[in-house]
Design a protein around this ligand. Structure first.
Ligand code: ARG
Ligand code: ZN
Length: 889
C-alpha cells in the first residue's frame, strides 16, 4: 500500500500513559501493556485501531474487564469503547530470538536489545505506532539475573530487586512524553564506563557507556565525545541535558548506525568502540559525530518530534546539520573546518546526487512511500542538512540561534512539521532574506532533483565592471508540470587574475557596501549581478563553502581554476578548483582526448603537496582524484565503468610517477610527532602520509622496484596504530599482490577476535581497485571466494555490508562485468537477505539504482537482474519498493 503525505489525519485516540512489563525470555517473552487512552474529541467517534506485527495476542481488557475485539490485517480493532478516558490492557508474547530483521525486540550476543524507529514498536506490542501519539512510559523488566545482569530502560531507574527462581527486575520511568519509536530496553551481560558531569544549571548527570566486558578499554573516545557533545549543545544553542542519566549501549547486530531512544541510545558497536590499535582515524571521527548526532536528537527529535514520517528530515536534516557543525567546531582552525566541510560535500556528491538523479529520487520531505525504512536516505539526511545550512546562511549565525530558541519556545513537547521549523527560523528573523522569501525557499522541501546553476561572468575593463549572470534549471518532480526556481544562497568573491588578491565587491545598485566576500541570493530563473569599480580582471570564486546543494557550471578556464587553487581564501574552493581541473581532464580523456596529464596540472598538484602552510588534510583531499562514481554522474550516460576505472588509474599512476620525489618527501617529513591522538590535525597528517605511501607503492610496482613495497610491508608490521597499519596494508592490497597476500593473512590472524577489524579486512579486499589488463576480474572473484569464508555471514549486518557494499556500491569496475556475474551475485544476495532482514536487503538492492546510466551490455544485464528480483513472489515491501521503482520509467 502507498502512504501519502496529503492523507495525514490526526489520531482518533490519544494514549496518555503506558505501563509495560516484560518477562524476558529469548524464545517466548510475555509483554503486558496497560495504557490509559482518551478519544480525540476533535474527530468523529470511531473504532480504535492499534498496529501490531508478528505478535501472539493472548488477552484484551478494557477498564479491567475482558473486551470484545477483532484482529484485522495486523490491526487490533475495538469498536465500542467508553466515552471518557479508559484503560486498555493488551497481553501478547513474542519470540526475540527469531527476530532476525532486528526491528522490535531481538537478541544479539546473548542479550536483548530493541530498535523501534520507525515502526518496530508494533512488533513488541499493539499500539498507535505513529510519532504524533506521545505517552509517558513506565517499564518493568524481569529476566534471569545471571544471564542478564544489566536491565535498562528509558528515563530513570525507580526500583530494582530480586525475584524467585534466579530472576531479578528493574523498573524505569521516563517523565517525558514520547512517541513509541523512542522506546528502548536492554537486558544483557554488560559493563559500563561512567562519568558524572555537572551542567551549567548546577545539576549532576550520570553518563554511561555500556559494552561487553572485553570492550571496556575501547570506550574512552565515545565517552569523551559524549561529554563534548553535552558541553557544545549547551554553549552553542543553550540546550542542556534534561535527564539525570544518559546511557549509550553498544550492540554488534544493528541495521543502522545508532538510535536516539530517550536517555538510552543504542549504537552499532562500529560507532562506539575504538582504540588506537583497532580503529582508524576515520573510525574515531565517525564515532565523535555519531555520538554527537544521537545526543543532539535529544532536543531535535525527542523534545520536539515529527508529526508524521514524511517530516523525517525535520529531525534528521537538522540533527545532521548540528553534528556537522559540532565536528567543525571540534576540528578547530578555519582550515580544519573547511576540511570537514569538504568531506561532507564529498559524501553528498557520492551518495545523494546519484540518489536525486535516479529512480529513488524524492524531495527532502517525501510525498509518498511504501516502506518508510526506505526513506532514511542521503536526501532526507544530508540534503536535509544542506537545507538547514542554507537557512542558517540566510539569517546568519546569531539569527539561526534565535530561530532555534523560538522553535523550542513554540514547539517543546510537540510533534510538528518541517513547515513549523522553517516558520520559526523565519519569524525570529523578520526582514531577512529567508523571511522575505519563505514560501519560495520551502521549495527545497518539495522539489526533488539537484538544481543546475550556470554562472557566466564578463569583465568590462573600460567600464571597470564585472557582470555575473546566474541561471538555474532543474527537472520537475513527477506529476509537477514545471520546476519552480529555488532560493539559492550563493556565496562568492572575486580574485585578481594577476596575483590572486581579493578584490572589493561593490554591487552597482548598492553603493557604498564593499567587502571581499558576500552571499548573493539567486531566487529567479535568471539573475544578473553587476559589480562596479573592478580595477583588475577578476577570477570569480563561486559558491564558496558550497553554500547550496547544486551542480555549478561555471565553465572556468584552466588558468582561472589554477588561480583559485593557489590563492582562494576559501579553502573549500581551492579544493573544488583542483577537483574541477582533474574532472575536466578525466572527462576530456573519456571523450577521446589526451590520456596524458599535462605539466600545468602536475605542477599545480606538486605546488599543493609541497605548500609550506597548507593543512596536510587539505593536501590529501586535493591530491585525491574525483571518485569513479562522481565521474560517472558527470558523464551522465553511456557509462563504461571499466573505461572510467582504467583512465582514472592511469592518471593516478602518472601522479605517482611525476611526483615521485615529492611523495618521498611527504612520506618522510609529514608524519605527526608524538603518540597517537585522533585529532583532526594529526589525522590529516597520517592521511597524507598514507596517500604518499600508496603512491610510492603504485609507482614501484609499475617500475618493478621492490624498495617501497618492502618498506610498506615493514611499516604494516611495525605500525603502532590502526591508521598506520591499515594505510600500509591498503597500499599493498591496492598495488602489490605478492606482498598483499601475506600481509592480509597476518592481519587476519592478528585481529581474529576483533569483529570490527575483520569487517575492515573484508571491506578492503572487496573495495580494492580491479587490476588493469591481465588480472582484470580478480577482485570480484576474490569477493565470491570471501563470501564462502568461515568468518563471513549475512546474518550480521556489519559483516554483510563489509563485503557487499564496497563491491556493489564503491567499486564499479569490479562489480559491473560484461559477463553479468556481478549482477547475478547481487540478485542472489538481495533475495537471500530479504528472506530474513528486509531493511538490510533493501539497502543492498539500491546498489543498482543507476543502471540506466550504463552503456551496453551492462545496462540490459543489470535491468535483467533487477527484473529477476522483482519477479519473486515472496519479497518484502521494502525490497519490492526499491526494485519496482528501479524498473519504472
Ligand atoms: N534515527 C536514527 C538516526 O538517525 C536512525 C534510525 C534508522 N532507522 C531505520 N529504521 N531506518 O540516528
Ligand atoms: Zn538521526
Amino acid at each position: 500500500p502507498i502512504i501519502r503525505r496529503e492523507d495525514y489525519q490526526a489520531p482518533a485516540y490519544w494514549i496518555r500513559t503506558v505501563d509495560l512489563s516484560f518477562d524476558l525470555d529469548p524464545a517466548k517473552t510475555l509483554v503486558i501493556n496497560k495504557m490509559t487512552i482518551e478519544r480525540n474529541a476533535e474527530l468523529p467517534v470511531q473504532s480504535l485501531r492499534l498496529d501490531g506485527e508478528d505478535l501472539n495476542l493472548t488477552r484484551v481488557m478494557v477498564n479491567g474487564e475482558p473486551a470484545t475485539f477483532r484482529v484485522e490485517n495486523d490491526q487490533l480493532v475495538l469498536d465500542a469503547l467508553p466515552d471518557g478516558p479508559f484503560t486498555l490492557e493488551v497481553r501478547n508474547t513474542i519470540a526475540p530470538e527469531k527476530n532476525l530483521q532486528l526491528s522490535g525486540l531481538y537478541t544479539s550476543g546473548g542479550g536483548f536489545f530493541t530498535q523501534c524507529e520507525a515502526q518496530g514498536f508494533r512488533r513488541i506490542s499493539y499500539f498507535l505506532d505513529r510519532p504524533d501519539v506521545m505517552a509517558v512510559y513506565t517499564v518493568t523488566l524481569r529476566a534471569d539475573a545471571e544471564k542478564y545482569p544489566v536491565l535498562l530502560g528509558n528515563g530513570n531507574l525507580v526500583a530494582q530487586g530480586e525475584l524467585d527462581g534466579g530472576r531479578h527486575f528493574a523498573k524505569w520511568h521516563d517523565p517525558f512524553p514520547k512517541p513509541s519509536y523512542l522506546f528502548a530496553l536492554v537486558a544483557a551481560k554488560l559493563v559500563s564506563r561512567e562519568q558524572k558531569i555537572v551542567s551549567r544549571s548546577g545539576k549532576e548527570h550520570l553518563l554511561q557507556v555500556y559494552v561487553r566486558a572485553g570492550d571496556l578499554d575501547k570506550t574512552e573516545h565515545a565517552m569523551n565525545s559524549l561529554i563534548a557533545s553535552v558541553v557544545w549543545d549547551e554553549a552553542r544553542f543553550g540546550l542542556p541535558l534534561d535527564l539525570e542519566r544518559f546511557m549509550i549501549v553498544a550492540v554488534s547486530d544493528f541495521n543502522m548506525g545508532a538510535m536516539e531512544n530517550k536517555g538510552l541510545n543504542i549504537f552499532n558497536t562500529k560507532f562506539v568502540l575504538a582504540s588506537p590499535a583497532t580503529a582508524t582515524d576515520a573510525d574515531f571521527a565517525n564515532i565523535e559525530s555519531v555520538v554527537a548526532h544521537e545526543y543532539f536528537h535529544n532536543w531535535t527529535g525527542n523534545r520536539v518530534t515529527c508529526r508524521d514520517w514524511f517530516q523525517l528530515s525535520l529531525k534528521e536534516g537538522l540533527t545532521v546539520y548540528r553534528d556537522q557543525e559540532f565536528s567543525q567546531d571540534m576540528a578547530g582552525e578555519a582550515s580544519a573546518r573547511a576540511v570537514k566541510r569538504i568531506e561532507d560535500v564529498r559524501q553528498l556528491r557520492q551518495f545523494q546526487f546519484p540518489e536525486d538523479a535516479g529512480p529513488m529520487a524524492h524531495p527532502v520531505r517525501p510525498e509518498q512511500y511504501q516502506a518508510i525504512d526506505n526513506f532514511y536516505t542521503a536526501t532526507v539526511y544530508e540534503k536535509g542538512a544542506e537545507v538547514v545550512r542554507m537557512m542558517a546562511t540566510l539569517v546568519g549565525r546569531r539569527g539561526f540561534a534565535k530561530g532555534m530558541t523560538l522553535y523550542f519556545q513554540r514547539h517543546d513537547g510537540q510533534a510538528v512539521t518541517c513547515d513549523d521549523f522553517a516558520q520559526a527560523i523565519a519569524d525570529a528573523n523578520p526582514g531577512s532574506e529567508l523571511a522575505e522569501r519563505l514560501d519560495a525557499f520551502k521549495r527545497w522541501y518539495s522539489q526533488a532533483g539537484t538544481p543546475q546553476v550556470t554562472a557566466r561572468g564578463a569583465y568590462d575593463a573600460a567600464a571597470r565592471t564585472y557582470t555575473l549572470e546566474l541561471a538555474q534549471t532543474g527537472t520537475p518532480n513527477p506529476g509537477q508540470p514545471h520546476r519552480l526556481p529555488s532560493v539559492i544562497p550563493f556565496a562568492m568573491g572575486l580574485l585578481a587574475s594577476d596575483d590572486g588578491s581579493a578584490l572589493p565587491l561593490q554591487l552597482a545598485d548598492e553603493p557604498g557596501d564593499t567587502g571581499t566576500h558576500r552571499v548573493l541570493v539567486l531566487a529567479e530563473a535568471e539573475q544578473r549581478f553587476v559589480f562596479v569599480n573592478v580595477d583588475r580582471e577578476p577570477v570569480p570564486s563561486l559558491l564558496r563553502g558550497y553554500s547550496a546543494p547544486v551542480h555549478l557550471d561555471a565553465a572556468l578556464a584552466d588558468t582561472a581554476l589554477l588561480t583559485l587553487l593557489q590563492h582562494d581564501s576559501d579553502a573549500f574552493n581551492r579544493w573544488e578548483a583542483g577537483q574541477q581541473l582533474a574532472l575536466n581532464r578525466l572527462l576530456a580523456a573519456l571523450r577521446g582526448g589526451s590520456t596524458q596529464l599535462d605539466a600545468a596540472f602536475i605542477d599545480a598538484m606538486r605546488g599543493v603537496l609541497r605548500h609550506p602552510t597548507l593543512d596536510a588534510a587539505l593536501k590529501e583531499l586535493v591530491l585525491t582524484l574525483p571518485s569513479e562514481t562522481v565521474v560517472a554522474e558527470e558523464l551522465g550516460a553511456e557509462v563504461d565503468p571499466a573505461r572510467i576505472h582504467a583512465l582514472r588509474e592511469g592518471f593516478r599512476l602518472q601522479l605517482a610517477q611525476a611526483l615521485r620525489d615529492d611523495w618521498v618527501w611527504a612520506f618522510e617529513t609529514q608524519a605527526p610527532i608524538g603518540g597517537y591522538s585522533p585529532d583532526a590535525r594529526a589525522a590529516g597528517q597520517r592521511a597524507l602520509v598514507n596517500l604518499a605511501l600508496s603512491m610510492l607503492v603504485l609507482d614501484a610496482t609499475a617500475s618493478g622496484d621492490t624498495v617501497w613495497p618492502g618498506r610498506a610491508y615493514q611499516r604494516f608490521k611495525d605500525a603502532t596504530s590502526m591508521s598506520e597499519r591499515f594505510g600500509a596494508l591498503t597500499a599493498l592490497v591496492n598495488a602489490h599482490a605478492e606482498l598483499a597476500a601475506p600481509a592480509l593473512e597476518r592481519f587476519h590472524a592478528l585481529f581474529a577476535d576483533e569483529a570490527l577489524v575483520i569487517d575492515k579486512w573484508f571491506a578492503l579486499q572487496a573495495g580494492a581497485p580491479e587490476p588493469l589488463g591481465e588480472g582484470a576480474g580478480a577482485v570480484f572473484e576474490r569477493v565470491r571466494t570471501l563470501a564462502q569464508h568461515p568468518d563471513f555471514t549475512l546474518r550480521n549486518p556489519n559483516r554483510a555490508r563489509s563485503l557487499l557494499m564496497p563491491l556493489t556500491l564503491m567499486n564499479p569496475a569490479a562489480f559491473h562485468r560484461a559477463d553479468a556475474a556481478g549482477y547475478v551475485f547481487w540478485a542472489d544476495k538481495v533475495v537471500e537477505v530479504d528472506a530474513f532482514n528486509p531493511q538490510l536487503a533493501s539497502r543492498l538492492a539500491r546498489s543498482l539504482d543507476r543502471w540506466r546510466l550504463l552503456a551496453e551490455p551492462y545496462r540490459s544485464a543489470a535491468r535483467e537482474a533487477i527484473a529477476r528480483v522483482a519477479a519473486r513472489a515472496e519479497l518484502s515491501d521494502d525490497t519490492r519498493e526499491i526494485v519496482t521503482r528501479s524498473l519504472q520509467d
